[in-house]
Ligand binder design. Structure first.
Ligand code: 5AD
Ligand code: SF4
Length: 445
């Protein structure tokens, strides 16, 4: 690698999950602290951080096409490139061998050391850091300064579940929970920095455990209760949960804490017990449905969301039909669905009965049609309700604003508003992906 000057501008591009969005924001704060300015819209940055996702093959391959594009666009002055995130963790130094333009490779638990790595890259030394675990990372990050009205807060990282298709236990490492006191302090700073809503993040967020100030053990519901006491914080969400870690306390919290939004993302992956067992999911279709029922008893209007994988090795047509049946039984407000992607090193990649691509395509289409139907039905059933909408950004048309309902639906409104306002809105019309609302009065809460 050649020597170069300290870059003056940076851009962080985050792919994949919301935790990557959070990590991307934290990296941006580190770079700003180092005196590197965020590149303006449309401007080429002198340092580009690709914060990557390894969950499916398509996501993982994207990084190499992005690197190629950056090098080509840079001509004689290509940007300094850092690969961060889960591809960095999984592939380490191989990335530099495959893409020599990359000067830094930094895993998700080591990105607090990015500033030193930049200094080394400036001296012409390539740097790789994929150390685990994360305990040092959060303490080494700068304080939160300015954030959007809806902010993320990582409370738990890693996963010990080892679903047989999934790379997360290898890329993000073992489950760790950040201490409650640190999280309360960060939540407070987020609110001071402009957050009105906080989404607590974790690969298995409901496996979070910690202690209250008296040293008594608390779970995620206890943390939510503590954070809910911040007066200027109006909304709390959490994602992603695992059915095996749902507690009575968490379910009860949905009925008791007004700031906890009526929304639950609880991935199921399949409606077939045989497939669930082969996935090592530790729940059945039936036990999953019972869990959802209990959330609905605690909070009857709760919007339900999930994740699905079609074409897991050996999945038969009849087993896929059970997934469709489960979708009908639940009536999801929203869901994510994916074709199975064999990931190197995972047990499922070596299983018999890999499903042909065209069968997966067909199943995904049918599943998405069903999920889309339910999403539209959920949105239509919301029409006529009056609810608080948190304004997150300007809409495309002049005078238009875009915000979120308590059920995480996108709502367009027209009229006088500002980013961060919580407005009382009557939901007036529904489409598959958003609703139109009519402004009523400025909500106090
Ligand atoms: N192939 C397809 N989808 C996957 N997911 C995780 N691993 C894979 C894989 N190998 C999906 C699961 C998970 C979501 C984050 O990504 O549905 O819940
Ligand atoms: Fe992956 Fe399963 Fe852990 Fe979710 S619970 S991160 S799907 S191993």
């Amino acid at each position: 690698m050649r020597q170069r000057e300290l870059p003056r501008t940076f851009r962080v591009k985050s792919f994949g999950c919301q935790m990557n969005v959070y990590d991307g924001e934290r990296m941006a704060e580190l770079l700003a602290d180092k005196g590197i300015a965020p590149a303006l819209e449309g401007e080429d940055a002198e340092l580009v951080v690709l914060n990557t996702c390894h969950i499916r093959e398509k996501a993982a391959e994207k990084v190499y096409s992005d690197i190629g594009r950056l090098v080509k666009a840079g001509g004689d002055h290509p940007p300094m490139i850092a690969v961060a995130g889960c591809v960095a963790q999984a592939e380490g130094e191989e990335i530099m061998a495959r893409a020599p333009a990359v000067g830094m490779v930094v895993g998700p638990q080591a990105y607090h050391r990015l500033p030193e790595m930049i200094d080394r890259a400036v001296r012409g030394e390539g740097a790789t850091d994929t150390d685990m675990p994360a305990d040092a990372k959060f303490a080494a990050l700068p304080a939160r300064r300015r954030v959007a009205p809806s902010a993320f807060l990582t409370v738990q990282e890693g996963c010990d579940k080892f679903c047989t298709y999934c790379v997360v236990p290898y890329t993000r490492g073992a489950e760790i929970s950040r201490p409650a006191a640190d999280l309360l302090a960060e939540a407070e700073r987020l609110v001071t920095a402009g957050a009105r809503e906080i989404t607590l993040l974790g690969q298995n967020v409901n496996a979070w455990s910690g202690e209250d100030p008296k040293g008594r053990p608390i779970g995620l519901d206890g943390l939510i209760r503590a954070i809910a006491k911040l007066p200027d914080l109006k909304r709390i969400r959490y994602t992603t949960s695992h059915p095996a870690d749902v507690t009575d306390g968490l379910i009860a919290a949905h009925g008791e804490i007004a700031k906890l939004m009526p929304y639950l993302h609880l991935p199921v992956q399949s409606g077939s017990d045989r497939v669930l067992k082969a996935m090592n999911r530790s729940h059945s279709a039936e036990s999953y449905l019972r869990t959802l029922e209990r959330f609905r008893e605690a909070r009857p209007d709760i919007a339900l969301s999930g994740d699905f994988i079609v074409g897991f090795p050996g999945e038969s047509e009849a087993e896929f039909a059970q997934t469709l049946q489960l979708v009908e039984a639940v009536g999801y407000a929203h869901a994510f669905s994916f074709k199975y992607s064999a990931r190197p090193g995972t047990p499922a990649a070596a299983m018999d009965g890999q499903v042909p691509a065209e069968v997966m395509d067909d199943r995904l289409q049918r599943l998405q049609a069903a999920l889309g139907r339910h999403q539209l039905a959920f949105n239509r059933a919301s029409v006529g309700k009056t609810c608080a909408v948190l304004i997150e950004r300007k809409g495309k048309k002049p005078g238009q604003w875009l915000g979120k309902s308590p059920w995480l639906q996108s709502v367009h409104i027209e009229g006088e508003a500002a980013i961060g306002d919580l407005l009382e809105v009557e939901l007036a019309a529904a489409g598959p992906n958003s609703l139109a609302g009519e402004l009523r009065v400025r909500a106090a809460a």
